[in-house]
Design a protein around this ligand. Structure first.
Ligand SMILES: Nc1ncnc2c1ncn2[C@@H]1O[C@H](COP(=O)(O)OS(=O)(=O)O)[C@@H](OP(=O)(O)O)[C@H]1O
Ligand SMILES: Nc1ncnc2c1ncn2[C@@H]1O[C@H](COP(=O)(O)OP(=O)(O)O)[C@@H](O)[C@H]1O
Length: 206
């Protein structure tokens, strides 16, 4: 709910389309969602690297990092997760307006919260990428030892253990990190972006 009244929107002379033209590419949100340990951070970093090599302006917003600053006052209750995603949605929208390809790596466990972000931006600007991986595999990877802590009760409301994860109903892309190596997942995302005209196809180097 908006609290402020008597506020007026100011239009800038330079528009999103002007910035995109200057950059020479489009802008969108690549929204990676999935369980802890599914590979959101690993994949978004690798995809960003590939985009950067192609001369595309990018920025990553990662759950762990954002919770150190902008969202340090939020925990993991359903309400706080919702507010976390709402703020990230708004920040991502600013990046899209700035003409930048923004990659987000948040568990974002609720479909309604992800849909809220989709509604915030224009039609094709939200690309939902489900980083799919069975809970057992994520738990086995346990890169930060958090599942162990969640199982022992040291961490409460841990996604997949005692807090829900709602798999995307209709994502633009499903990347199965248990079925393919990282390089194939990167190719899958880049191919999607090329085929859907978010980025230019790169000529095959012989
Ligand atoms: N209770 C609980 N549940 C889930 N995750 C937890 C929790 N406590 C701490 N962490 C760590 O916080 C990271 C998830 O933050 P997010 O902002 O992505 O979460 S959410 O989208 O608001 O659900 C998550 O990062 P990833 O492992 O990269 O997903 C964890 O490192
Ligand atoms: N095919 C794969 N794709 C991505 N990550 C993988 C894959 N196989 C194993 N991993 C490992 O799984 C872990 C995923 O951790 P991370 O990227 O932090 O996940 P998340 O950000 O979703 O919590 C990393 O240690 C990564 O090396």
């Amino acid at each position: 709910m908006a609290k402020a009244t008597n506020i007026t929107w100011h239009e800038a002379k330079v528009k999103k389309e002007d910035r995109r033209k200057l950059n020479g590419h489009g802008s969108a949100i690549l929204w990676f969602t999935g369980l802890s340990g599914s590979g959101k951070s690993t994949l978004s970093v690798a995809v960003e690297h590939e985009l950067h090599k192609r001369g595309i302006r990018t920025y990553i917003l990662d759950g762990d990092n954002i919770r150190h600053g902008l969202n340090k006052n939020l925990g993991f209750s359903p309400e706080d997760r919702k507010e976390n995603i709402r703020r990230i949605g708004e920040v991502s929208k600013l990046f899209v307006d700035a003409g930048i390809m923004v990659l987000t790596a948040f568990i974002s466990p609720y479909q309604a919260d992800r849909d809220m972000v989709r509604e915030l931006v224009e039609g094709r600007e939200f690309v939902e990428i489900y980083v799919k991986c069975p809970l057992e595999v994520c738990e086995n990877r346990d890169p930060k030892g958090l599942y162990k802590k969640a199982r022992s009760g040291e961490i409460k409301n841990f996604t997949g253990i005692d807090a829900p994860y709602e798999a995307p109903e209709c994502p633009e892309l499903v990347v199965d990190t248990n079925q393919q190596p990282l390089e194939d997942s990167v190719k899958q995302v880049i191919q999607y972006l090329e085929e859907n005209d978010y980025i230019e196809k790169q000529p095959v180097r012989l």
